[in-house]
Design a protein around this ligand. Structure first.
Ligand SMILES: CC(=O)c1sc(CCOP(=O)(O)OP(=O)(O)O)c(C)[n+]1Cc1cnc(C)nc1N
Ligand SMILES: [Mg+2]
Length: 616
């Protein structure tokens, strides 16, 4: 086993070409083994194996900085940089992160999980290096999906102007999570199929094989001039960035060779490599969408498992039905078709479906434009990724009360993806924006009721739901809902627990059959049901609020502010996530640690002296 001889990247420097090829296969097997055990980003990591081996052969991490965009494709990087003995803990409680993480290793140049940040970060590092008179390589590795993000494209614009010595590697597998979208993606798809491009590549590879880096530089300059004369429409030229490729991203010797030849080139260079997502593992090659991030599986007999009926599926079923009733409904996703439950909708209503690519900011403002001109847009977006659209929600939607409905998925702690993916800030940042309303359904029926009502209200409305399974609502069920009114789920003689969405189950568990304690489905977070709040306070009830959201600025904060406005001071405890990040791990355990579960609610009730009685 070659991997036994490799503990740090410098151990790659002495391996022969055969040993490097063998190492790549061993890394592939290890990635499959670990993902079979833990689940994880299998297809992306398999597709980046040769690239990562070549990078660590040619460059000197951690002196040279390797920045992986999103960081989900970096399992081989983790194994080669001193973490092979802990790779089996990836995404597990107390284990290593599923993404690169600065605090985890000196070899992890950036902490990521959200897409499109690597190039801006790489520019910053290259400029720091040059300003401080230091000398090391900075390499930004970005996927074709992440390159659809505005941050990445804007960074290219600045890089092309500043022209630092910087290597960017476009890992192009024509996939995001779904098939990739966008004009750049289409251009390169066509570009690669052009006969003259393929012939030039072949000729170029032969020529480049046999020449020294110095001569490569001369050839490169001649090629640049020729391409400019041919008015090569390659967009990277417009950005003033040297473009090299496309080359085979699984040809390990070829990759090593080309990296050695371009690593010393001055100015910004983009190496375009073509890879296959899922490379080397049949099922993942055939279906890179399912195997992008599968749950655990049997590596000998890998089969797809159903993850159960989720809130995402409930949303997808609801909009698919609604679209038949409402011809102006239009659904947008920023590159999360599968994750947001929209596969069936995209097939049944393709003419009213848009995948913008990984650009939540653009998606929000496109929705605004649609709403301004008479459509009824629904933007399906994860809570955490909606953070990318904060200004667009204020500037393009809320100020003019533009009617966009946000279907906010993954609200709350999400588990294996960890801190970069938890959806725990949306209430805090949305409720401060005038005109924006926030609702949280308790089940699929209430989701349907809220969705249909929201589309008739003509206002910006966020409907948030967790990463969780839910009972399927009957087809054709469109119940009414009294907008802005909470729902008493259980009467109480002395106290009430106010909660919504996922934490309602903790509230009901804490109340149990105790006649002293009631439970209210506080399903409208903005506007609050102030009439209910006033009644509860005036009638002297003790109150506990609980939410799977930061305590600071969350629902509980809103309730406290409301009592302050009402001039009322009930005995109340506000439970929510403490002021820290929650990494990957078990959701129930993190809820317990955060103090928002049934045990914490009971403790709060006891602290207020609420009698723990059982029904007589
Ligand atoms: C992990 C995660 O959350 C991923 S990985 C991924 C596709 C990336 O495609 P790329 O071509 O860059 O890489 P590839 O998988 O190797 O093809 C998306 C959309 N997401 C969700 C997502 C959505 N939106 C933002 C801002 N960041 C992320 N990470
Ligand atoms: Mg890709």
């Amino acid at each position: 086993m070659i991997l036994q001889k490799v503990n740090q990247p410098q151990d790659l420097k002495t391996l022969s070409q055969e040993e490097l090829l063998q190492l790549a296969e061993e890394l592939r097997s290890e990635i499959i083994r670990v993902c079979a055990q833990n689940g994880g980003h299998l297809a992306s990591s398999l597709g980046a194996v040769e690239l990562i081996v070549a990078l660590h052969r040619v460059f000197d991490s951690p002196r040279d900085r390797l920045l992986f965009d999103v960081g989900h494709q970096a399992y081989a990087h983790k194994i080669l940089t001193g973490r092979k003995d802990v790779i089996h803990t990836i995404r597990q409680e107390g284990g290593i992160s599923g993404f690169t993480k600065v605090s985890e290793s000196e070899h992890d140049a950036i902490t990521v999980g959200h897409a499109s940040t690597s190039l801006a970060n790489a520019l910053g590092m290259a400029m720091a290096r040059d300003t401080l008179g230091q000398n090391y390589h900075v390499v930004g590795i970005i996927g074709d999906g992440a390159l659809t993000g505005g941050m990445a494209l804007a960074a290219l614009n600045v890089i092309g102007e500043r022209k630092p010595k910087l290597l960017m590697i476009l890992n192009d597998n024509e996939m995001s999570i779904s098939e990739n979208v966008g004009a750049l993606n289409r251009y390169f798809k066509e570009y690669q199929t052009k006969k003259w491009v393929q012939d030039t590549q072949k000729w170029g590879k032969q020529v480049l094989e046999g020449i020294s880096p110095k001569l490569f530089n001369l050839v490169d300059r001649a090629k640049e001039a020729a391409k400019l004369m041919l008015h090569q429409e390659n967009p990277f030229y417009a950005w003033g960035i040297r473009y090299v490729g496309p080359v085979d991203g699984h040809d390990l010797p070829g990759l090593i060779h080309i990296l050695e030849q371009i690593k010393e080139l001055d100015g910004p260079t983009l190496l375009h490599i073509v890879t296959q997502k899922g490379k080397g593992y049949g099922v993942a090659e055939e279906d890179p969408i399912y195997w992008h991030g599968p749950p655990g599986f049997n590596p000998e007999n890998p089969t797809k498992v159903s993850k159960g009926y989720s809130w995402s599926a409930a949303f997808g079923d609801a909009v698919t039905e609604l679209a038949y009733q409402e011809p102006r409904l239009f659904v947008i996703t920023p590159a999360m078709r599968e994750g947001s439950g929209l596969v069936r909708y995209s097939q049944t209503h393709p003419e009213r479906y848009l995948d913008t690519g990984i650009c939540e900011d653009v998606a929000a403002t496109v929705a605004a434009g649609m709403a301004l001109r008479g459509l009824k847009p629904v933007l399906a977006i994860y809570s955490t990724f909606m953070q990318r659209a904060f200004d667009q929600i204020v500037h393009d939607i809320a100020i003019e009360n533009v009617p966009v409905v946000f279907a906010v998925d993954r609200a709350g702690i999400v588990g294996g993806d960890g801190a970069t993916h938890n959806g725990v800030f949306d209430i805090a940042y949305l409720r401060t924006i005038p005109n924006v309303q926030i609702a949280a359904p308790k089940d699929a029926l209430e989701l349907r009721a809220m969705l249909k009502k929201a589309l008739s209200l003509g206002a910006p409305i966020a409907i948030r739901y967790a990463r969780d399974n839910v009972e399927k609502a009957p087809e054709g069920a469109w119940p009414e809902i009294e907008w802005g009114k909470w729902e008493v789920l259980k009467e109480g003689r002395e106290a009430y627990i106010l909660s919504f969405g996922k934490t309602l189950k903790y509230a009901l568990e804490a109340a149990g059959d105790n006649p002293e304690v009631g439970v209210i489905n506080a399903r409208f977070i903005k506007p609050l049901d102030k009439g209910m709040l006033e009644r509860l306070a005036l009638e002297g009830y003790k109150l506990v609020t609980t939410e799977d959201h930061q305590r600071m600025g969350g629902f509980g904060s809103a309730v406290l502010e409301a009592f302050n406005e009402l001039g009322l001071k009930p005995d109340i405890r506000v439970l929510g996530l403490p002021d820290r990040f929650f990494d990957h791990g078990s959701i129930p355990r993190m809820h317990h640690e955060a103090g928002i579960d049934a045990e914490a609610i009971r403790a709060a009730l006891a602290e207020m002296g609420v009698g723990i009685k059982t029904a007589t």
